[in-house]
Design a protein around this ligand. Sequence first.
Ligand SMILES: [Mg+2]
Ligand SMILES: [Zn+2]
Length: 196
Amino acid sequence: MKGRPAVFIDRDGTISEEVGYVNHPSRYRVFPYAAAAVKLLNDAGWLAVLVTNQAGVARGYFAEEMIGAVHDRLAQELERGGARLDAVYYCPHHPTVGAPPYRLDCDCRKPRPGLIRRAADDLHVDTAASWMVGDRYGDVELARNAGLRSAFVLSGYGLGEWEHQRQHWSHQPDLVADDLLAAVREILRKEKSRES
Ligand SMILES: [Mg+2]
Ligand SMILES: [Zn+2]
């Protein structure tokens, strides 16, 4: 069985504002277009999966439960727009900071592909047809490491990285878009034109 295509979505700077460590749900701000973007995927039959590094846990800035509380808030905001994520995967680890079990040279800290591999197994994802959307170069590398195509967004850290750092990147993204909604529209448009 071939599996379903997915768009893997970075959290901070991509589906919600980049505000530094979200150590309380009150700091969390979902972008106003997030629900529209996720709903497009829902309606097209694509999986929408959040993948995020949350090393604030390893660093001792917040407990792992905080991540769940923030993601509940995200789910509520999306639901208000008629949208839902199919799954959320996060890495709470850091290779050199904090105490075990969170101080760990894990396989799931982006740009390592562990989160994508787990999701692909759990949800039967067709990775060759799938995309990663993010606002950092690490998300482009993650896509490459996991066998996905990459969409780089100019929200969050994106514009600054694009203007000042891309000449140093070893790999370029497959597409660049202003934000998550524009990226999703472009991904679905490209895939439709490939099919026909
Ligand atoms: Mg980000
Ligand atoms: Zn990890």
